[in-house]
Design a binder for this molecule. Structure first.
Ligand SMILES: *Cc1c(COP(=O)(O)O)cnc(C)c1O
Length: 373
């Protein structure tokens, strides 16, 4: 079986370096808020091109703390409206509602699966205070236009970059387009720790300081607390492991892009709709880092069963949209037809830096051999 994601294989590439990094931390006697976290924060900020990176416990906390910090700074208050994509992983929306802010769901753009700019414009009300742009599947949302809309209406722009490490447009990376961005280093993400980890990036000194203190019990100075904070810190061990892996991120990303190009050129089955155009070249692929390679088909169940029988494991990202989850019962009667159609039709093919060319060919041939009804 070709696994959807061979995490063991991914980390095995760096086994010796990871072990050495872990031993260094074990032997250091210092496990929280030490030199590894400080060094990783600097390296990640440099990588993203931002002034600050603040390590936190996970990606959801990164987003939650951004909104929380804006509330503490008086830039957001309970009940303010935040525009979010209806078509996203639920964590994006949890970060908004957790803060007592009102999530205003909008439909995606059909070709990119990301925010529809028309839908964003139509959703803006006098109570709108922020836009949460998600770079879904690793594709940069249309940040120049989102920023222009935000500027016109004096809105904050927050990026959910959990799936989009290193994606860029005109050389400017995700995490550096909005006022602040949340990253996840969940093991399966493009830059994955060996446990939970996350970070916020921003160029705003005050926001950075506030998030740092909120994630450390609200403390700005030892034993002095400005806020009723939480404990959400990146630990030394994960930071040390991430420092090993960030060095290889760009090479991993280019392998992902090569696999995506092989798929888009090789898969020629009218029942399967590809996420990028066949004539794409590596340069025009700047705006996608292929955290996931997501195709669309009206015969998802049949295709998934067929691929499975052919030895190809696939997953669905995601089977149920947030507005249809029990957790958001208040939205269950609302209708987002495009979001719902996407959730019924998407299928994620295997993609990872450790897939071999032979495995890529097996996936392509299996997709081509599938016969639609
Ligand atoms: C993974 C993910 C998150 C949450 O990150 P965790 O580290 O798992 O908390 C948030 N948003 C999106 C789009 C994600 O894919």
């Amino acid at each position: 079986m070709i696994p959807f994601l061979d995490l063991k294989g991914i980390n095995a590439q760096y086994r010796e370096q990871l072990i050495k990094a872990a031993i260094d931390v074990i032997d250091s006697g210092w496990y929280i808020q030490g030199e590894q976290v400080k060094a990783f924060e600097e390296e990640f900020a440099n990588y993203c091109g931002t002034k600050h990176a603040i390590g936190v416990a996970n990606g959801l906390d990164a987003l939650i703390l951004i909104f929380r910090a804006y509330k503490e700074l008086g830039k957001l208050k309970m009940g303010d409206e935040v525009i979010v994509p209806a078509n996203t992983y639920i964590a994006s929306i949890l970060a908004v509602t957790e803060n007592g802010l009102k999530a205003v769901l909008v439909e995606p753009d059909e070709s990119s699966f990301n925010l529809s700019l028309e839908a964003v414009k139509n959703a803006i009300s006098p109570n709108t205070k922020a836009i949460l742009a998600v770079h879904l599947y690793g594709q940069l949302a249309d940040m120049p236009t989102i920023n222009a809309i935000a500027k016109t209406h004096s809105l904050l722009v927050i990026e959910d970059s959990a799936q989009a490490h290193g994606v860029s447009l005109d050389g400017k990376k995700s995490g550096n387009w909005g006022d602040a961005a949340g990253f996840s280093f969940y093991p399966g993400k493009n830059l994955g720790a060996l446990g939970d980890a996350g970070a916020v990036t921003t160029n705003d000194d005050e926001l950075a300081q506030t998030i740092r203190s909120l994630g450390n019990y609200g403390s700005h100075k030892k034993y002095e607390n400005l806020y009723q904070g939480v404990n959400s810190r990146l630990d030394e061990l994960q930071a040390a492991l991430l420092r090993v892996k960030i060095k290889h991120l760009d090479v991993d990303t280019s392998r992902r892009k090569n696999i995506a190009l092989a798929y888009v050129k090789g898969i020629q089955n009218p029942a399967i709709q590809q996420p990028i155009a066949a004539e794409s070249t590596l340069e025009t692929l700047e705006i996608h880092v292929f955290h996931l390679y997501v195709i669309r088909t009206e015969q998802r169940e049949a295709l998934q069963a067929y691929l499975s029988a052919a030895g190809v494991q696939t997953l669905i990202h995601y089977p149920i949209p947030p507005h249809q989850q029990q957790a958001y019962a208040r939205w269950n009667s609302e209708c987002y037809p495009l979001t719902e159609a996407i959730h019924q039709q998407v299928l994620s093919l295997p993609i990872s830096p450790v897939m071999s060319d032979e495995e890529v060919n097996v996936v392509i041939e299996a997709c081509n051999a599938f016969q639609a009804d």
